[in-house]
Design a protein. Structure first.
Length: 83
């Protein structure tokens, strides 16, 4: 009978230990999920900023292309007058 009680107590201790580990893992998982969500928000914000920067750079490049084209046309007109 004593052996049975001893085994029962050991099982209870083991169950408590496993439950504590499970609780700790669940807490760690929840914290990791929260951190991942925060990191995802930061990444999405950075992506938005990068998209805006890309659009601005493309617009600036287009403006430079237009300026180059206008200067090229002006040079062509000038060369035609000289010639």
């Amino acid at each position: 009978m004593r052996n049975h009680i001893k085994i029962e107590q050991q099982l209870k201790l083991h169950i408590e230990c496993v439950q504590d580990k499970l609780d700790e893992n669940e807490k760690t998982f929840a914290n990791q999920a929260k951190e991942d969500n925060e990191k995802e928000k930061v990444v999405r914000a950075a992506q938005g900023k990068l998209k805006d920067l890309i659009k601005a750079a493309e617009a600036k490049a287009k403006s430079f292309e237009n300026q180059v084209a206008a200067k090229t046309q002006a040079e062509d007109k000038l060369y035609k007058r000289i010639a």
